[in-house]
Write a protein that binds this ligand. Structure first.
Ligand code: HEC
Length: 120
């Protein structure tokens, strides 16, 4: 086999792998986002949400903030994201850190945390 045809085989193989992974992404994105959001929320160096909030499944939670419960009934995702992005907008005296404004979490990380909190 000449080197040019070997390159062609590699290119076709690469495309097959790429299109395969693209085809699977949408199916698992939703569940994956919630799972990743939970990890970010519970990471002491990231969200650390349970330092202040109790919620279903939280281990040794704090009680500085309210229990995170019935979120869907009280928040749409936009309002929830705004609360996490900058809690001082709703309450200037809050002690909840402004995760977006202070860049404690990235925009993508906040999106995932929203997906997780929305399941509570
Ligand atoms: C330092 C403590 C602290 C941390 C850490 C914290 N919060 Fe809060 N949070 C609060 C307090 C206190 C409130 C009560 C509202 C206020 O102060 O304006 C609150 C309110 C909320 C609310 C509104 C709850 C309701 O029932 O109205 C949500 C949602 C929320 N926090 C989510 C989060 C998420 C998600 C994280 C992690 C990314 C987080 N919080 C981290 C202290 C904290």
């Amino acid at each position: 086999m000449g080197s040019s045809s070997r390159k062609f085989v590699l290119a076709v193989g690469g495309l097959a792998i790429l299109s395969g992974s693209l085809a699977f992404t949408p199916q698992f994105a939703a569940a994956g986002e919630v799972e990743e959001g939970k990890k970010i929320a519970e990471n002491r160096k990231k969200g650390n949400c349970f330092a202040c909030h109790d919620y279903r499944g939280a281990v040794l939670p704090g009680n500085i903030g309210p229990k995170l419960i019935n979120i869907k009934q009280r928040f749409d995702k936009k309002k929830l994201r705004a609360q996490i992005w900058d809690a001082t907008k709703a309450n200037p005296n809050t002690i909840m850190p402004p995760f977006g404004r202070h860049k404690i979490l990235s925009e993508q990380e906040i999106d995932k945390v929203v997906e997780f909190i929305y399941t509570l």
